[in-house]
Design a protein around this ligand. Structure first.
Ligand code: C5P
Length: 222
């Protein structure tokens, strides 16, 4: 079916922010809304794929027709969910804005204010995408990069260090691009150094282009 080029394919999408608890009432997070990842999941469903969506806390509606939805809060929870789903999926798209750090410990009780400054020590979260890249097999692996400078250089480094098939590089310094906006300005870079720059597009259109590229990559594999 030419309208369902991903029929029967399994796709894992991660989306949204993570929340890293400090105490029972507070957490560290970022401005991710999940819009990009949810648009990707929806488009993949439309193209016939069986889609698993692993999502951080967001305020948008779940796309219809998902095979599976797993809601998580922290990066560690996302890591566990992704590891559990990895063997079931041939295509992995990691659009989540995973926190790089988490508080070294979570206080049992609400941290009380006191005189002077408060220091919070943070430790590194697992790099989920890097882990997938190391256990990739013949999966198609797509990552994102939100950059503010040396966009292409940094994007290429990420593509290589995380063993990706292609990376969607997002210039978050440009107007109307990135967190919270309905539009995005992206560059695709693939492992064969093929580069494609796009002008400002709706996130739904960016999702369409990402899935188009994935359809091409799956066709090349056959
Ligand atoms: O290294 P950086 O965080 O900029 O790379 C962004 C890409 O890596 C995104 O695809 C993001 O989902 C993924 N990532 C991840 N786990 C992390 C940090 C980022 O999977 N701890």
């Amino acid at each position: 079916n030419p309208h369902k080029p991903l029929a029967g394919k399994t796709v894992l999408v991660t989306a949204g922010p993570t929340q890293e608890s400090l105490d029972p009432v507070r957490y560290l997070t970022n401005h991710s809304t999940g819009k990009m990842g949810y648009a990707i999941a929806k488009k993949a469903v439309d193209l016939g794929a069986r889609v698993t969506l692993v999502s951080g806390p967001v305020n948008i509606e779940k796309p219809a027709g998902l095979e599976k939805f797993i809601g998580i809060k922290s990066a560690v929870e996302m890591f566990e969910a992704v590891k559990g789903e990895l063997d079931n999926n041939e295509i992995v798209i990691k659009s989540a804005a995973v926190a790089d750090y988490r508080p070294i410990s979570v206080a049992d009780n609400k941290i009380k204010k006191k005189e002077g400054n408060l220091n919070i020590e943070l430790e590194r979260n697992p790099d989920i995408l890097k882990y997938i890249g190391e256990h990739k097999g013949d999966k198609i692996l797509v990552g994102f990069a939100a950059e503010t400078e040396n966009i292409l250089y940094n994007g290429k480094r990420k593509l290589e260090s995380k063993n990706l098939d292609f990376i969607v590089i997002n210039n978050v310094k440009e107007a109307d691009a990135g967190f919270g906006f309905d539009t995005n300005i992206v560059v695709f870079l693939d492992k064969n150094d093929v580069q494609k720059e796009f002008g400002k597009m709706l996130k739904e259109e960016v999702a369409g282009e990402i899935l188009k590229k994935i359809v091409e990559l799956t066709a090349e594999k056959q």
